[in-house]
Design a binder for this molecule. Structure first.
Ligand code: SF4
Ligand code: SF4
Length: 312
């Protein structure tokens, strides 16, 4: 039985899912409701389907500087924009992650962290709770120990389950952080997904199971390609360009988080104000074309909704 804890980002997600591309284009907000901040483009895992994990990322590895993060917070503070530590890399690898988190919570910005869970021991769990993190998502692939290990190239499923369980118990009756668990699957049998849900549900506030995509791999081995179950249906509305901004570790804003190789450049937050980046011509053009149901842009033509298999 999952708790009745509230996700402080829920209204932002509902807003992003409201209407369609055309209606969102017509009612663009002055600022994004939330920003994905990539603390680092490095990761300690070697997941097969991820360009960070399979080392195919076509841009340098690095860590966000304090000055860049401070500038992001400064730009977001007056609008109360949510900050998600989400990007192409494991945010807990950043040596100053707690300093950054404290900076954001001191500015009263809603905060969220996506993690593979491998760097969250007892000390880190307590620090995240003490610093007022609002929301955390533990990410997996697969529904069983075997399929997790197959996709993530590491036997960490049981350790992760124990970490989630411990974190949930440590949070106790505190209202936050809101705890999500999310996995994606290939052609795994539905019964294994049900077992997965029963196993994790008591220790989180939200659980989601989506489809694993191999679209981010340069060369997809035949054995994997045949098992992909993603329905090739475009988003409408796009969950990114009308509500959210993605900022890479070096401060460069991108059209959306799908741009893992950094092919778009809306300007660097260290040089431009957030309100100008939000209206930069590349992202404006993406919004306009999406509003006309044009998905032929290089990032969009292979972007499909790979979540929404089950929520529980
Ligand atoms: S844990 Fe996440 S960032 Fe790291 S390699 Fe796997 S999918 Fe990529
Ligand atoms: S690739 Fe296109 S459709 Fe997909 S999230 Fe980015 S802008 Fe939206």
């Amino acid at each position: 039985m999952m708790s009745s804890a509230k996700n402080p980002f829920q209204w932002m997600y509902e807003e992003a899912a409201r209407g369609n591309n055309a209606s969102k284009y017509a009612e663009l907000p002055e600022y994004p409701t939330h920003i994905d901040v990539e603390l680092t483009s490095t990761c300690n895992f070697r997941c097969r389907m991820c360009p960070v994990g399979n080392l195919s990322l076509d841009r340098p590895a690095g860590f966000m500087s304090w000055e860049t993060f401070d500038r992001i917070v400064e730009q977001c503070a007056s609008q109360v924009i949510g900050l998600r530590f989400v990007g192409w890399g494991e945010p807990m690898m950043h040596p100053q992650v707690f300093r950054f988190l404290r900076r954001a919570t001191d500015a009263l910005l809603p905060t969220h962290l996506n993690t593979n869970g491998s760097k969250i021991g007892d000390y880190e769990q307590q620090m995240l709770i003490n610093m007022g993190l609002d929301s955390i998502k533990f990410s997996l692939q697969g529904s069983t120990r075997e399929t997790y290990a197959e996709m993530r190239s590491i036997d960490f499923y049981d350790d992760l389950f124990n970490a989630v369980r411990k974190f949930h118990r440590r949070r106790g009756v505190h209202p936050k952080p809101f705890i999500s668990v999310s996995t994606t699957v290939t052609d795994e049998h539905p019964s294994t997904i049900e077992v997965f849900k029963r196993k994790f549900s008591p220790f989180c506030d939200q659980l989601s199971v989506g489809h694993t995509t191999f679209d981010f791999m340069d060369d997809v081995p035949e054995d994997l390609a045949a098992r992909q179950t993603v329905e090739k249906k475009h988003f409408n509305p796009c969950p990114e360009v009308f509500d959210k901004l993605a900022i890479s570790f070096d401060g460069t804003a991108r059209v959306c988080c799908n741009d893992y190789n950094g092919t778009t450049n809306l300007g660097n937050i260290n040089q431009f104000d957030l309100k100008d980046i939000w209206k930069e011509m590349t992202i404006v053009s993406y919004r306009k074309r999406l509003s006309e149901e044009d998905y032929t842009m290089p990032l969009c033509n292979s972007c499909f909704d790979y979540m929404k298999l089950t929520d529980g």
